[in-house]
Design a protein around this ligand. Structure first.
Ligand SMILES: Cc1cc2nc3c(=O)[nH]c(=O)nc-3n(C[C@H](O)[C@H](O)[C@H](O)COP(=O)(O)OP(=O)(O)OC[C@H]3O[C@@H](n4cnc5c(N)ncnc54)[C@H](O)[C@@H]3O)c2cc1C
Length: 70
């Protein structure tokens, strides 16, 4: 996906010090509107179970954004 440089820089700034983890809220939204992150890039503990759960939430949130503009 093509992303403006400013958005990439904002995501980079949001990475916390425990590796390169992008900060997200409970709906997996990053600080860049319309961009969601899940799995190992958004969570310190590597786990398939958490990655799948986060992915389901990110999918739901993406759908809400695209369909309802939320
Ligand atoms: C050796 C090892 C053992 C593990 N054992 C367990 C275990 O027993 N149980 C457990 O729950 N978890 C285990 N984990 C952790 C688990 O594998 C991860 O937490 C999980 O796979 C994360 O899923 P993900 O989708 O976030 O990332 P990934 O599974 O890494 O998927 C990311 C995908 O994105 C692709 N990709 C990367 N960059 C790009 C790009 N620029 N463009 C397109 N595609 C790209 C990659 O090729 C990859 O296919 C283990 C991890 C490792 C390394």
């Amino acid at each position: 996906m093509r992303m403006p440089r400013a958005s990439k820089e904002r995501l980079r700034d949001d990475c916390v010090s425990m590796g390169r983890i992008v900060k997200t809220d409970a709906m997996q939204a990053t600080s860049v509107p319309g961009i969601f992150a899940c799995g190992d890039m958004a969570r310190a503990a590597g786990s398939v179970t958490f990655a799948v759960a986060d992915g389901a939430m990110a999918g739901l949130a993406t759908h809400r954004t695209l369909m309802l503009g939320l």
